[in-house]
Structure formats: C-alpha cells, structure tokens
Design a protein around this ligand. Structure first.
Ligand SMILES: C=C(O[C@@H]1C=C(C(=O)O)C=C[C@H]1O)C(=O)O
Length: 280
C-alpha cells in the first residue's frame, strides 16, 4: 500500500509549537490545582488537625496513577513527578519539614526523601531515631522518616512511639513497591497522631514477648500478621497486622509457637502495601 504523501511535511518548528502548547496547558492545570488550595485549607481547618498530610488519600492517588499510566514516559518519572506535586501542595497548605534518621547513612535517605517529598520540603538529618522522634514531637506538622530495616544500634526504636501522645507510624513508603524502584528503601513515616485521614489497612503493634524464639514470622503468618522489625535481645517485635484482625488472634498464633505476648501497644497504621508489576 502506498502511503499518501502529505503536501506539507511536519517541520521541527511545528512539533516545537505543539510541545509549547502542551507545556502551557500543563502549567495552567498546575496553577488551577493551586487555586483549590485556599478552599482546602479552610475545609481542613474546620476538621481540626495541624498537618495537611493525608496518607490514605495519597496512597490511593499513587495507586490509581500507576494503574492508569501508559506510554513512553517511564513509570519512575511519572511517579516522582506526582510525589513532588502532592508533597509540595501539602507543603503550601501547611509548611512542614521531614526529619530523617541517618544512622544507616545519609545518601539513600536523602535520595528517598527527595523522591517522595521533592526539594521544596526541607530535609533535616538526625543521628538516631530518638532525635527524629523528639523533632517530630516538638513541631506541629512535621514528619519523620525511619528505615523499616533500621541499624542494629536503633534497638526496639518503635517502643518510643508507644505513649498515647507520642508520634505514630502513619505511612509506609514507597506507596508503590517494585524491585527496581529508584527510591526502593522501605521507610516508615511518623507524625503526631493524625486526627483524620489515617489509613488502617495494616495496623502496627509494639509487642514484648516472654521470650524470643526463631520462626516467629511463620507462626504469625497464619493470622495474616508479619514480623516487621525485631530486637531479640529485648524480646521486642514490631508487628504489622491486617486492620480486620483482632489482637487476640495474634496472641493465639504466637501461643501456638510457645511464645506469650506480655505487652501489646498500637504504634500506628498505614495503607495496604501495593506491589506493582510492570507489563513488559
Ligand atoms: C490535597 C490534599 O492534601 C494533601 C495533598 C494532596 C494533593 O496535593 O493531592 C493529597 C493529599 C494530602 O496529603 C487533600 O487532603 O486532599
């Protein structure tokens, strides 16, 4: 079949005009997004609370974004663009800083913070988790970042979140997980207890056990729970439990393994983890 020759082939200038038109539209849409913020601030102020961050809503937005994405723009790029948009719009509603525990090194924490929160949100480093918890406790809407796999020196750091007024875990990052994620380090976001917008698909408990025994994770599996972090020397565990699972079934699962729970305190919750497998 013969292709019809177009009388006027596209020129580079034509294509650049089209790109300029699209860029102007994108910019206009972002400015329109910004115009909603004043109204949003007023509505949220009525609902109370100091932080504008709504982790459940963000997890849902990120999930829908990657599910609808197609075309040549890499998923990593589209995800990072939206993380910057969302985090910066949260920042302009109510300024906040992100306090990171860099006891395991600064480079990857900085990369992850920039990926998830952009460059406008200040990144503040701290030598250990205790300093992060103190900084988050001291400022009204600030967030803390603690690696899920923390350095051994951090011990049972999650016990610092047990007091009712202490900061709590409110999100787990990345919202969209995949093996080659550019900011793959699993992180917990901590904040002062959130009054609304908390996601409770996964509830986190600080557990103290009567003794430590290997194989806990397999024992917990029956109740859908997971051993997320451990400090065997302190007989301490951080457990992630599906929101619908009553703590009693955790006790049962561990009792079946010969381990009793001597204390169990909720230290936060987060949205369901979301594994995204790219269609190749
Ligand atoms: C806009 C809101 O506030 C924050 C900013 C969001 C955004 O820019 O899309 C989404 C969730 C919140 O963390 C909101 O609560 O809807």
């Amino acid at each position: 079949m013969m292709l019809e020759r177009r009388p006027n082939p596209e020129t580079l200038a034509d294509l650049r005009d089209e790109i300029d038109r699209i860029d102007a539209c994108l910019h206009e849409m972002l400015m329109q997004r910004g115009e909603i913020i004043d109204r949003l601030i007023a509505v949220k102020a009525r609902a109370g609370g100091s932080s504008a961050f709504r982790p459940g809503r963000e997890a849902d937005m990120m999930r829908r974004l990657v599910e609808r994405h197609k075309g040549i723009l890499p998923l990593d790029t589209v995800e990072s663009i939206w993380r910057i948009i969302i985090s910066t719009f949260t920042f302009v509603q109510a300024n906040y800083s992100v306090h990171a525990d860099i006891s395991g090194g600064d480079a990857q924490m900085r990369d992850c913070c920039r990926f998830h929160f952009g460059f406008t949100v200040p990144y503040v480093t701290h030598a250990d988790v205790a300093d992060v918890v103190a900084a988050v406790s001291a400022a009204s809407g600030d967030l803390g970042l603690v690696p899920v796999v923390s350095s051994p020196a951090s011990g049972a750091w999650w016990q610092q979140l047990a007091a009712p007024a202490a900061p709590k875990i409110i999100a787990r990052l990345p919202f969209v997980e995949r093996p080659d994620h550019p900011a793959a380090t699993p992180l917990f976001v901590i904040a002062k207890p959130v009054k609304d917008g908390a996601a409770r698909d996964s509830v986190l408990y600080a557990a103290t056990l009567t003794r430590w025994r290997d194989g806990l994770n397999a024992a917990l599996g029956a109740s859908g729970a997971e051993l997320v972090a451990k400090a065997p020397e302190a007989h301490a565990a951080l457990l992630a439990v599906p929101g619908a699972t009553p703590p009693a079934s955790l006790r049962e699962a561990l009792a079946g393994h010969g381990v009793e729970i001597s204390s169990l305190t909720e230290v936060g919750s987060h949205a369901a983890r979301f594994d995204f497998v790219r269609a190749s």
